[in-house]
Design a protein around this ligand. Structure first.
Ligand code: IDP
Ligand code: MG
Length: 143
């Protein structure tokens, strides 16, 4: 398994619940390393740019409004198979379908307010990381 980087976002609902530490603990205990963090409050236009791939979906406007409703914590995670591993730790998009013990099963209230974002491919991860970070912001700690 190759070492990869992926983007995680702790969404406004989970930041408001003060569970940043619990979410990061799950990443670290499962072999992922946090190599960059950026807490920011996106404007609706910035959220719209980040989620441009969903522009035609019926939930796009609500998604942009939710993602700009409060601060988020964007993070770059590094580790073996990081893209799929992060998705596995997150659980399904709809928390009602998320496997027990996943971040969304434990912290998400609905398909809208679902606690975390995670890149879904290595290619999207590279683009999403570049949205929030410059290379100079990342501190790889590979042996
Ligand atoms: P993902 O976050 O698990 O990758 P995506 O399909 O990429 O899920 O959708 C992006 C985000 O858009 C979801 O996390 C969720 O917040 C929102 N979303 C997706 N599908 C729906 C829906 O059917 N209704 C409302 N919001 C949705
Ligand atoms: Mg997605």
């Amino acid at each position: 398994m190759a070492v990869q980087r992926t983007l995680s976002i702790i969404k406004p609902d989970a930041v408001a619940k003060n569970v940043i530490g619990d979410i990061i603990r799950r990443f670290e205990e499962n072999g992922l390393t946090v190599i960059g963090t950026n807490m920011t409050h996106l404007s609706a236009a910035e959220a719209g740019r980040f989620y441009a791939v969903h522009a035609e979906r019926p939930f796009y406007k609500d998604l942009c409004s939710f993602m700009s409703s409060g601060p988020v914590l964007a993070m770059v995670l590094e580790g073996k198979n990081a893209v799929a591993l992060n998705r596995q730790l997150m659980g399904a998009t709809n928390p009602k379908e998320a496997e027990a013990g996943t971040i969304r099963a434990d912290h998400a209230d609905s398909i809208d307010a679902n606690a975390v974002h995670g890149s879904d491919s290595e290619e999207n991860a590279a683009n999403e990381i570049a949205f929030f970070f410059s290379d100079l912001d990342l501190q790889s700690r590979l042996a």
